[in-house]
Design a protein around this ligand. Structure first.
Ligand code: NAP
Length: 296
């Protein structure tokens, strides 16, 4: 029997409806509106489309949403000044700097300049450290989306063997860290694979939950998956364009093979992607509450 599809798009819609109620409550009861600024430097087409999607979702939820487009030649000091301005702006609770930044701008210095309380991407070392010790204020968006999708789809995470393929700072490392925590929706035994792993298949094929974030089109084949496993495909790889110019996307998992072996699997697109943006919105609502000292 083919695997159950874990449709992130549907789960994300459900969470956005919950968030909309929370935003209405914050407005009506406390007179505050969550504010999100997305800072885009340059005109990278993929970044433009990501930023547009974030802004659109923010507007739909009733946020005070600001898109700040800056030219490619914006200097690092000017960008730091802008961040300082938004750090002090009481209407802005979340600051998102769209990565990658143009060459010549030191990304680490920029991310460090964001007030950790407004760091809704959770990339600031303070937030990374808090996640590591199991006391996060904000969870990084893609890993948070993966965990939420697993929990809401009823996957058994506690005690599960989890294999993560990929060790990036934005996906692989944080999702491994989150799923190994002594916490609800976690308590898994986690293995992390990367390009120096001797036998990736050995680890993927014994995973009850397999998270793939390698950035390699259809890297994980059907015979690398344990029958009945839950497979989370984080990969987004453009493999061409349709006649009307739309991007054709494939994941890091060979879907047609995997769907015959796995118990459940995320599609690409419509799996992890929509969850990521929704978690950004969730972090912004949280940041608004923290700024205004409103308890959960
Ligand atoms: P990344 O920074 O390029 O990291 C890729 C990781 O995969 C690295 O740790 C690399 O190992 C490992 N890797 C690459 N090839 C491998 C192989 N053959 N065997 C084992 N490990 C291998 O990528 P990322 O930013 O984590 O993103 C991964 C994918 O997720 C991309 O397709 C990206 O577009 C997608 N993504 C999607 C979302 C979403 O919202 N859906 C969000 C973020 C990323 P080394 O460390 O040894 O190099």
């Amino acid at each position: 029997m083919p695997a159950k599809l874990l449709k992130g798009a549907e789960v994300a819609k459900e969470i956005r409806e919950e968030l909309k109620c929370e935003v209405d409550f914050l407005k009506n009861k406390h007179g505050v509106v969550p504010g999100l600024v997305t800072l885009l430097v340059g005109q990278n087409p993929a970044s433009q489309s990501y930023v547009r999607a974030k802004q659109k979702t923010g507007h739909e939820l009733g946020f005070f949403s600001v898109q700040d487009d800056q030219p490619e030649n914006l200097g690092e000091e000017e960008l730091l000044k802008l961040i300082d301005k938004y750090n002090k702006d009481p209407k802005i609770h979340g600051i998102l700097v769209q990565l990658p930044l143009p060459k010549g701008i030191n990304e680490n210095r920029v991310l460090l300049a964001i007030d950790p309380a407004k760091d809704v991407d959770a990339f600031h070392p303070v937030n990374v450290g808090k996640l590591m010790i199991g006391e996060p204020d904000y969870l990084p968006c893609t890993p948070a989306g993966i965990q939420e999708l697993l929990v809401r789809s009823g996957a058994e995470i506690c005690g599960a063997e989890v294999t993560v393929v990929g060790r990036s700072n934005i996906v692989g490392k944080p999702i491994a860290m989150m799923l190994m925590q002594k916490a609800k929706g976690a308590n898994a035994t986690v293995t992390v694979c990367h390009t120096r792993t001797r036998d990736v298949k050995l680890h993927t094929s014994r995973a009850d939950i397999l998270v793939v974030a390698a950035g390699v089109t259809e890297y994980v084949k059907g015979d690398m998956i344990k029958p009945g496993a839950v497979v989370i495909d984080v990969g987004v790889n453009e493999v061409g364009k349709t006649a009307d110019g739309k991007r054709i996307l494939k994941g890091d998992v060979a879907f047609e093979e995997a769907v015959e072996v796995a118990g459940a699997i995320t599609p690409v697109p419509g799996g992890v992607g929509p969850m990521t943006i929704t978690m950004l919105m969730k972090n912004t609502v949280r940041a608004c509450k923290v700024w205004n000292r409103i308890k959960d």
